[in-house]
Design a protein. Structure first.
Length: 88
């Protein structure tokens, strides 16, 4: 967990993630910096071998290609100490 913010509130996965050209895109509002982004990217890649994770701290999004296992993506982000949700 990053020292930039308090990431203690973990929400349950949203019903349906936003899909973008075959990718799952989740919003992570408590991602505040590059350290947070690297932590999330590492967690997703470790939990889902072969999946490609692109994390954008400015947009507060995580884009994952190579898997449709939304629950596993949510679980990996939450296990890293962040709160995944569906983008607006």
């Amino acid at each position: 967990m990053c020292c930039c913010s308090n990431n203690s509130n973990v929400l349950a996965p949203a019903a349906a993630p936003h899909e973008y050209a075959g990718a799952v895109v989740l919003r992570v509002d408590d991602m505040t910096c590059g350290h947070c982004a690297r932590t999330i990217e590492t967690a997703v890649r470790a939990a889902l071998p072969g999946a490609e994770a692109t994390v954008d701290p400015a947009a507060k999004t995580v884009t994952v290609r190579g898997t449709g296992d939304v629950a596993a993506i949510h679980k990996a982000v939450a296990a890293a100490g962040y709160t995944p949700s569906t983008p607006a």
